[in-house]
Design a protein around this ligand. Structure first.
Ligand code: DAH
Length: 339
């Protein structure tokens, strides 16, 4: 039998059901629970009202009251447990097992490292041994022993990084020649790859920090023809190009030459890459100056030799058609991935 109490209970159940379905936080549910079942809530109030009912209605109302209260408690408990479980596992971010996996990025050698390693492999096959020297050098090894005049512009503070103690960041790999010769007797056949530093303003072809491969061969009766044959073999092996030697000057060699590759783009016909000359400058080289031999205590009447210094960035730029040296140092993965 229905009366106003059972109607109120039914309405409260319906209202609670809707509010619980919409609840997004446990506190909302707790508040609802207090407003209905709490000491000043709806149910205690109804309980008092029931005493005023006629006795024939009181029994039915009591049953509805008890059932309603129990039903509400159940609804509240299940709403709370749902909210608790959904905060520990975010339902919107469950794992989609059908998604393809993420590929790990595969690393590779930097283009400068690749060319360096290839160049060294070629020289090793020709009998050269890899040598090393420090990047922080003395003026003696970097300049004096290499027969560099006191007033040579490369010694300038504007061109070379000096430390307060007078040492410097090597401007070339040539000082490795001196270190090896000071500590070993001929015959010597080494290549020395490494970093060099100069106070240059960075642009498309200059960097304050770059790499060279130094070569040195000392023996009896070494001639310019020996140098030329090694440089020729190197060019053929590395890029399958012809070479040209041009007269030049270096303090530590006499005679000195500059060493060119025939242009890899146009094969010597002339194009913008070689500035229409057909040739690309690769290295300096020459016969070791007798003064240098003397500086390390070798007798120039007995020993002779050749040396060369190759720019590694230059080789990398030609091989991979890179037109700005700075790209090699920015380490943009999109650039490096191409090699
Ligand atoms: N050290 C020279 C430079 O940095 C390059 C060079 C030229 C090295 C002639 C040599 C050489 O060994 O013989 O410009």
């Amino acid at each position: 039998m229905s009366n106003w109490i059972t109607e109120k209970i039914d309405a409260a159940l319906l209202d609670a059901k809707n509010r619980l379905a919409a609840a997004t936080a446990e506190t909302e549910v707790e508040q609802l629970k207090i407003s209905i079942l709490g000491r000043n809530g709806l149910f205690p109030a109804l309980s008092k009202e029931m005493k005023n009912l006629p006795s024939e209605e009181r029994r039915a109302a009591g049953v509805a009251f008890n059932n309603g209260r129990q039903r509400l408690q159940e609804m509240i408990e299940s709403a709370l447990s749902l909210l608790r479980s959904s905060t520990s596992v975010d339902q919107t971010k469950t794992i989609d097992l059908t998604l393809p996996g993420r590929r790990p990025k595969v690393g590779r050698k930097h283009p400068v490292t690749q060319v360096r390693d290839d160049a060294i492999a070629i020289f090793r096959r020709m009998g050269f041994v890899v040598a090393k020297g420090p990047e922080i050098e003395t003026v003696h090894h970097n300049f004096d022993a290499l027969n560099t005049p006191e007033d040579h512009p490369s010694r300038d503070r504007g061109d070379t990084f000096y430390f307060a103690d007078g040492r410097l960041l090597r401007t070339q790999t040539s000082p490795v020649q001196i270190r090896i010769m000071e500590n070993q007797q001929p015959p010597i056949r080494i290549v020395a790859p490494g970093r060099c530093y100069r106070r240059d303003t960075p642009d498309a072809t200059h960097s304050m920090n770059f790499h060279q491969i130094e070569g040195l061969y000392i023996n009896k009766n070494v001639s310019l023809a020996d140098l030329k044959s090694v440089l020729q073999a190197f060019a053929r092996e590395l890029m399958n190009v012809d070479i040209r030697l041009r007269p030049h000057f270096f303090p530590f060699t006499e005679p000195s030459v500059e060493y060119d590759f025939s242009c890899v783009m146009c094969r010597g016909k002339g194009c913008p890459v070689c500035k229409h000359s057909g040739w690309l400058e690769i290295a300096g080289a020459g016969m070791v100056d007798p003064n240098v031999l003397q500086n390390v205590g070798y007798d120039p009447e007995i020993w002779s030799g050749y040396a060369f210094g190759i720019g590694i960035e230059r080789l990398a730029m030609i091989r991979y058609r890179i037109n700005d040296i700075r790209l090699l140092y920015e380490n943009d993965v999109r650039f490096l991935e191409q090699f």
